[in-house]
Design a protein around this ligand. Structure first.
Ligand code: ACO
Length: 325
């Protein structure tokens, strides 16, 4: 049976570093509060007129093609997970393909907030497993700074910009993506959303004045759902596949809050030395957190390692994936 394996990873983060010290000059917050509540020390911000999520996604894909010695013409499908698309339409995946020279193939976006990458990877893997395609790219890219209110201390300290891309190819040796679970609950919408800009509340002067084009989050409510669901779904995929804290080599959790990461690892019986964490550098980059973690820890991943990806985000959405590296 064909499995879809990740055969290349590339991340991209913008140069500008927004530190907690700089945030202290913008809102009533402190480095101590941010680090103790979230684990975040700094995040990257994409500066530059007319640059959106497609720019970062394209940079990641360009690097990925170069690193894996793959020509753009060999790619058969590109999926982009993003919650901050450049436009409502066309989709960001179309724009990325154009920027990197991938022509005449299917490309589309997946929107599942912070679970977007796990969703997109789940979908992309199906095209490999069925034998339809041999080279699929999955991108996660988010310019959260575009929808964050930098006068709202409850959200502006949390998010950052970044992108990551992976190449999926067939593996017949039993490695690759073994299982995935994706779930959602739209009743979570009131707790985490961007209210205006879509079809329900098209942008008007009034919606702008009310700040409805910014991320709204009821942090403590979302915290409870995130801890519970990420822990449960990770435990579920481990149990289903006969895994324990001992034989899991790596947990790659969505990076929203260090306390959520620690609670998830604890529930799974996985020691923190086996958990990928880079939230201190990038904050919550939404669809990009998981590929950015894989990129940062790439040199430590060994063939055959049991790796669990776990995510939770707006929707609510959540998901877990088990792959053999
Ligand atoms: N600096 C200082 N004080 C602050 C700040 C800040 N940056 N932000 C909030 N506070 C204050 C609040 O105003 C509040 O004060 P009050 O009691 O006087 O009103 C107090 O700190 C506590 O606020 P809480 O929101 O209860 O703080 P909490 O401990 O819950 O931490 C946080 C907030 C970090 C947002 C946490 O709730 C969290 O991580 N939630 C989950 C985030 C998540 O997983 N999101 C899903 C993915 S994101 C996506 O899908 C797009």
């Amino acid at each position: 049976q064909i499995k879809a394996a990740i055969t290349g990873i590339q991340g991209y983060v913008p140069d500008y570093i927004l530190t907690n010290a700089e945030l202290e000059t913008m809102v009533a917050t402190s480095d101590e509060w941010i680090v103790s509540r979230t684990g975040i020390k700094e995040r990257r911000i994409l500066k530059g007129e007319g640059l959106g999520s497609s720019h970062m996604g394209a940079e990641a894909v360009k690097g990925l093609l170069a690193k894996t010695n793959t020509r753009a013409e060999e790619i058969e499908l590109l999926i982009c997970a993003t919650t901050t698309p450049d436009y409502v339409f066309p989709c960001t995946a179309n724009l990325i393909c154009d920027m990197v020279g991938i022509r005449n193939v299917g490309s589309f976006d997946i929107q599942a907030a912070c679970s977007g990458f796990v969703y997109a990877l789940t979908l992309g893997s199906q095209f490999i497993e069925t034998g339809k395609y041999k080279k699929v790219i999955v991108v996660g890219s988010d310019k959260m700074s575009a929808i964050v209110d930098y006068t709202d201390r409850k959200t502006c300290v949390l998010f950052g910009d970044g992108a990551g891309a992976v190449l999926l190819e067939p593996d017949t040796e039993g490695n690759g993506i073994i299982d995935s679970i994706i779930r959602s609950d739209g009743a979570g919408a009131p707790y985490l959303h961007q209210k205006a800009g879509g079809s329900r509340y098209p942008p008007t002067h009034e919606t702008i004045d009310k700040g409805w084009h910014y991320v709204f989050q009821d942090g403590s409510q979302v915290f409870k759902f995130a801890v519970t669901n990420m822990a449960f779904i990770s435990a579920e995929i481990m149990e289903k596949n006969g895994l324990t804290g001992d034989n899991v080599a790596w947990l790659v959790p969505h990076q929203a809050n260090k306390r959520i990461i620690e609670a998830t690892a604890n529930r799974m019986g996985v020691g923190m030395d086996k958990v990928m964490v880079n939230i201190q550098h990038y904050g919550n980059t939404t669809s990009a957190t998981i590929p950015l973690c894989l990129w940062d820890y790439e040199s430590q991943l060994k063939k055959g390692d049991n790796v669990i990806l776990a995510a939770f985000g707006g929707g609510f959405t959540w998901g877990a994936m088990y792959l053999k590296w």
